[in-house]
Ligand binder design. Structure first.
Ligand SMILES: [Zn+2]
Length: 405
């Protein structure tokens, strides 16, 4: 079906185009043209749908509580429906592309169903995790529990696990070069994998056409990610100046995951004392490094670590506002980091992230000009969301939506 919106101000993911008519056919943008001079200004804008490069969809979508056991004891058939529900919630809040960074066959299934357009949802990029025994990923499962996600120890097992995920249908690979916060009994400073294991994992992933995202909090972990030639760094909390410059020069995308760490500090009821302590220790580094890294040209992209608990699916616009504030970036730069450059960072630059003929029809119709004033990037201003060519929230007349839940 062909759909046209007339007389909207378009910000295409990089630049403002002025009053335009935008037309799409199915999931393809087919025309973006200046409006005829007598077209009335609708007062609305069109921007690309946001791209969140770091989420975890595999969480209880109903109660949104930090129950570590839920994912472990819930059968995959049921979890896959939660993955879909979380993805659709994000989509209705203007996030039309998601990359899940700890995917398993439930995520691969949902991604394929959405690609086949059997159900309505966002674009979903999946990443299979390659982590070691006692690594960050492994420590989300209690030590004695018999049914565990796969781990890889030694270079051969690393290569094999990458191949396993490739066969299962993963788009990307996730590795860990330091410990983490929410994993039980974990220490942030623990080494995850040897350099040889990391190098083998990245080599194998690249050979099979998959990019690699590295979870790295500590400076040592960041160095190890850089040495392994990964394609993005997640968190990058304790960056040194030398690392900021190297990351900026190599244009390696970094997901800052800001809101989740704010919330780990303040949620006393459902965050363990151990996790709160680890998060607080990282917070000092974060406060010191973020503004400086922003100024030194580190390529931050939207990556929230949303899991529906500490950061919800729908908080992404708030995260972008906080990125602008903490990194000292203007609205346009923050919005690029959440749209066109986030799409580039996950290999979808020619698929989505911009309003351009030939690309997918993923757009948000807000009331306001968020590329001029980032405070206008707000879910309460969304009048419609178009995902893969379908109007999935609101309508194109621009009526105010009931306040999104
Ligand atoms: Zn994560």
């Amino acid at each position: 079906m062909q759909t046209t919106v007339r007389g909207v101000r378009v910000w295409d993911g990089e630049e403002e185009l002025g009053l335009s008519d935008v037309e799409w056919l199915g999931d393809r943008l087919v025309a973006v043209t200046p409006s005829a001079t007598d077209t009335p200004d609708s007062g609305l804008s069109l921007i690309p749908g946001l791209v969140d490069t770091h989420v975890h969809l595999d969480t209880d979508a109903v109660t949104a509580r930090a129950d570590r056991n839920w994912a472990i004891v819930t059968p995959p058939e049921e979890r896959s429906l939660h993955v879909l529900a979380q993805a659709q919630t994000a989509m209705r809040h203007g996030v039309t592309t998601l990359r899940d960074l700890a995917s398993d066959p439930t995520h691969f299934a949902v991604s394929r169903i959405l690609d086949a357009e059997l159900l309505t949802g966002p674009r979903l990029v999946t990443a299979g995790p390659v982590g070691m025994t006692a690594g960050h990923g492994d420590l989300f499962t209690p030590p004695h529990y018999p049914y565990r996600p796969p781990v890889a120890d030694g270079v051969d097992e690393c290569r094999k696990l990458v191949r396993h995920w490739a066969r299962a249908g993963a788009h990307a690979i996730k590795v860990y070069t330091s410990g983490g916060v929410l994993s039980m009994g974990d220490r942030v400073e623990w080494r995850n994998h040897t350099d040889a294991e990391l190098a083998a994992t990245v080599d194998e992933a690249h050979a099979l056409g998959m990019i690699v995202a590295a979870h790295s909090h500590s400076s040592i972990g960041i160095d190890r990610a850089l040495a392994a030639d990964v394609d993005s760094i997640e968190h990058a909390t304790d960056m040194t100046q030398r690392q900021m410059d190297a990351i900026a020069e190599r244009r390696i995308p970094v997901a800052p995951t800001l809101l989740i760490h704010d919330r780990l500090k303040t949620r006393v009821d459902d965050v363990s004392a151990d996790a709160r302590e680890k998060s607080a220790a990282l917070e000092d580094a974060r406060a010191r490094t973020l503004r400086e890294a922003g100024e030194r040209g580190v390529r931050f992209v939207l990556g929230t670590d949303a899991n529906g608990v500490f950061t919800r699916f729908g908080d992404q616009m708030a995260e972008v506002r906080i990125m602008a504030e903490r990194l000292g970036w203007d609205a346009r730069r923050a919005l690029i980091a959440a749209t066109s450059d986030a799409a580039n960072a996950i290999g979808l630059g020619e698929v989505t992230g911009r309003i351009r003929v030939g690309l997918g029809a993923d757009m948000v119709l807000p009331d306001g000009r968020p590329w001029d004033d980032i405070e206008e990037l707000d879910t309460r201003r969304i009048r419609a969301v178009i995902s893969r060519g379908r109007i999935v929230s609101g309508d194109l007349r621009g009526e105010r939506l009931p306040r999104p839940s």
